[in-house]
Design a protein around this ligand. Structure first.
Ligand SMILES: Nc1ncnc2c1ncn2[C@@H]1O[C@H](COP(=O)(O)OP(=O)(O)OP(=O)(O)O)[C@@H](O)[C@H]1O
Ligand SMILES: [Mg+2]
Length: 301
């Protein structure tokens, strides 16, 4: 038996025991039998609005009746808990080290979205022992059917963490702005994911635009470069969010723009985006999306 299948068997065994004896305390009532969609929100260049988009999109999905879980996989400073003024006491490290179960570290954000705080745990993923991997996989397995949408704020660039989260997620949203360096860095990220890892489906969201025309031209620039130099990649345009100073005001008040300024064009575009994403078709792996995601993550390290 190879190491991976040994680990898999241990995880399956521990997970089935957990299901019998230790149901997650914060398990939310099921609304639909579908498996959660695992969506990475990513970018080539930093500061393009990923964290704000994840936070707002999460609330927009909630309002569509979805149960939403966010993984803060971003090592940057302005992460999701800070944006919402939350103060997590525990993080994924405590799960990895067996000190807490997953229900014990989840924090509740606005409108009952749930967040897995990362702390430095995400940084440590590359150094996990087999026992720690087992802790992580079996705990996360338990929450697989408690959520409809699992959003991952990946951080920016082509560091190994960003790449792993993008490969493991079933869907990706690449956030790009009209700034030329944002477009070239998005291209660089897509190129690495495609040429080194065979990832060939991407959703493109244009943020901080003047208007729809500018957003479409940003998308066309990127898709022309991809078609010309990379080939067989599906790059779908899923919408745009206009530049809006209310984003900064909302961050200062530690609230989401769609809560604080629901009537603005940008808030409405986020709601539309959530509706659009909800309608996209998907293809579920046989062993569950969150489990599949984490298995891929720990197998990559
Ligand atoms: N549509 C927008 N209009 C104006 N400002 C915006 C918009 N979207 C985001 N911002 C602002 O841009 C800044 C960066 O946003 P955010 O922190 O969400 O980016 P990020 O991509 O997560 O950054 P990082 O790569 O550092 O994690 C914040 O000050 C935020 O308020
Ligand atoms: Mg961020």
């Amino acid at each position: 038996m190879d190491q991976a299948s040994g680990l898999r068997q241990m995880v399956d065994k521990k997970a089935s025991c957990l299901r019998k004896i230790d149901k997650p305390k914060k398990k939310i009532k099921r609304l639909s039998p579908a498996m959660p969609r695992v969506i990475a929100v990513t970018s080539g260049k930093g500061g393009v609005g990923k964290t704000n988009i994840v936070g707002n999109l999460a609330i927009a999905f909630r309002r569509l009746g979805k149960r939403v879980l966010i993984l803060d996989a971003d090592l940057g400073l302005a992460n999701i808990d800070i944006i919402f003024g939350l103060n997590p006491q525990y993080n994924i490290n405590h799960v990895i080290n067996g000190e807490k179960d997953i229900a014990g570290i989840l924090i509740k954000g606005p409108e009952n979205i749930y967040i897995i705080p990362a702390g430095s745990g995400i940084q440590e993923l590359s150094r996990l022992t087999e026992g720690q991997k087992l802790n992580l996989l079996s705990e996360l397995d338990v929450i697989d059917d408690s959520f409809d949408i699992f959003l991952i704020d990946t951080g920016a660039g082509i560091s190994s963490n960003v790449i792993y989260f993008n490969i493991a997620a079933r869907e990706r949203i690449v956030v790009v702005t009209p700034e030329p360096t944002s477009i070239t860095d998005a291209y660089a990220l897509i190129k690495v994911l495609y040429t080194k890892h065979g990832t060939n489906t991407f959703n493109i969201l244009v943020n901080m635009t003047k208007n729809a025309e500018e957003a479409e031209s940003v998308y066309k620039n990127l898709s022309n470069a991809v078609a010309r130099f990379l080939g067989n990649i599906s790059l779908d345009y899923i919408g745009f969010i206009p530049r809006d100073d209310n984003f900064q005001k909302a961050v200062k008040k530690q609230q989401a723009i769609i809560q604080l300024y629901p009537e603005t064009v940008s808030s409405k575009s986020i709601i539309e985006l959530a509706k659009h994403i909800s309608k996209l078709s998907r293809d579920d792996p046989p062993d569950g999306n969150i489990k599949f995601f984490w298995k891929k993550i720990v197998a990559s390290y």
